[in-house]
Ligand binder design. Structure first.
Ligand code: IMP
Length: 425
């Protein structure tokens, strides 16, 4: 398989876990490149249901190597919890999982800061974070105060942490939060470090050697393009580059070693957390989509906001990520609808926009311009080939591809591995 980046084209939760699981069959190595345990990938294999937050879903395959790349922020306790849960179900991680030694570590104080920042923000300005400490951890990275996986396993770790806690505790006290007890935190993390040490390695060298020796790598993005720190609906975004460019900076593999980019896109749109969402449906249809699509966050359990397919967003994603083909998911969720709408442009105070404006205050004023198509009112769940789809469903998918200028590579009509129609991927 060519070296492939899998990227979310909307606000995350596009069903990347399933697509990655399907494509993993053909890859040798799966490398996650950004985010942390704010992500939640759900994979269903027969009757088994797995939710993974940090570990690539490739771990469910016996013969794949999974890498947590340097662009990921790792909460060691969360990672160990996930590993233990896999071990309890008979899935091994030894010699299958590598953790980049350049990954930044998430500490409990990052979570405290995340929570207290959110609590202090006024209504309308809250981000609706997952409260996993992701923003503060990337903040420490950017301000050169973070501790990395290589520090965690260094004998100097207690001193490095103690130094860092001097400032952290003064900040926590200033915001009225409990200060952290250095010896207690050091002791807890020393135990985690000992358990994780065999997994921590120079993932940059490992991945480049793998690519040089002809192994195929699947680069796994978390969240989605509209949550990207640079290209998303800033400040209502996550703190990393979820877009395809993040695959290079988050793994240390050069751009020209990557052969293609697959964009995962839902046949409608969802968003969890706060921030603008032009095609949001605040009505019975939105509720129907949410119920039928089980649109609840895999990490926080929050109900996701639901809306029509936004082709302005999808085109923007295709441009930024260089998407070669769509892996379109959850078409079956629309099975019962009489008519289906597609947002083809925005009306922003009388001006027609066919791009996403940078300014969120402008974006909230944008009204979607819709095109309407008839629904198919029949189940697509048992379709296994494109020819099995009702004509109206096929026409809807074709229209989405036409309007976004990206061909279809794969279509998913159910959660199971088998409910996947290959169309060129
Ligand atoms: P954070 O990543 O926890 O800082 O949250 C920032 C924003 O990204 C919030 O709106 C979250 O709901 C959203 N977010 C973070 N991770 C995910 C994800 O995996 N899927 C969807 N939204 C996410």
């Amino acid at each position: 398989m060519p070296n492939t980046v899998i990227v979310g084209a909307q606000w995350g939760d596009e069903g990347k876990g399933k697509i990655i699981d399907v494509l993993t069959e053909e890859a040798d190595v799966v490398a996650r490149y950004q985010g942390g345990n704010n992500a939640g990938h759900t994979v269903e294999i027969g009757a088994e249901h797995y939710v993974l937050h940090l570990i690539p879903s490739g771990i469910l395959h016996d013969d794949k190597i999974c890498v947590i790349g340097n662009g990921v922020v790792v909460d060691p306790l969360a990672l160990l919890g996930e590993m233990d849960a896999l071990h309890a179900r008979g899935i091994a991680t030894k010699d299958k999982l590598l953790v980049g030694d350049r990954c930044h570590v998430v500490f409990p104080y990052h979570r405290l800061m995340d929570e207290s920042r959110e609590a202090r923000l006024a209504r309308g300005r809250k981000i609706g974070t997952t409260k996993r400490g992701i923003g503060p951890s990337y903040g420490d990275k950017a301000s050169r105060q973070g501790l990395r996986a290589c520090d965690l396993v260094d004998p100097a770790f207690p001193d490095l942490l103690a130094q860092r806690l001097e400032e952290v505790n003064s900040v926590l006290q200033a915001v009225g939060a409990e200060p952290v007890d250095p010896p207690r935190l050091t002791a807890a993390y020393a135990v985690a470090a000992e358990r994780l040490a065999p997994y921590i390695t120079d993932s940059v060298v490992y991945l480049n050697r793998a690519v040089a020796s002809g192994k195929s790598v699947l680069f796994e993005g978390a969240q989605g393009t509209m949550l990207d720190i640079d290209f998303g609906t800033y400040p209502f975004v996550t703190s990393s580059n979820a877009t395809a460019g993040g695959a290079c900076t988050g793994t240390g593999v050069a751009p020209h070693r990557i052969d293609r980019v697959v964009g995962v896109v839902k046949a409608y749109t969802t968003r969890v957390g706060e921030g603008p969402f032009p095609t949001e449906l605040d009505d019975e249809t939105g509720k129907h989509i949410g119920r039928t699509g089980h649109e609840f966050g895999a990490t926080t359990g929050r109900a996701r906001r639901c809306g029509w397919f936004d082709a302005v967003v999808a085109r923007y994603s295709a441009m930024i990520n260089g998407i070669d083909m769509w892996a379109m998911t959850k078409l079956d969720v629309l099975d019962a609808l009489e008519t289906i709408r597609i947002c083809v442009a925005y009306d922003c105070g009388g001006e027609r926009l066919d791009r996403v404006p940078a300014n969120v205050r402008r974006l909230v004023r944008c009204r979607p311009v819709y095109e309407e198509m008839p629904g198919w009112r029949a189940s697509t769940r048992n379709a296994r080939r494109m020819e099995d789809l009702p004509a109206a469903a096929r026409a809807y998918v074709d229209r989405l591809c036409e309007i976004t200028g990206v061909p279809l590579g794969l279509l998913s009509v159910g959660a199971d591995r088998n409910s996947t129609l290959r169309a060129g991927l």
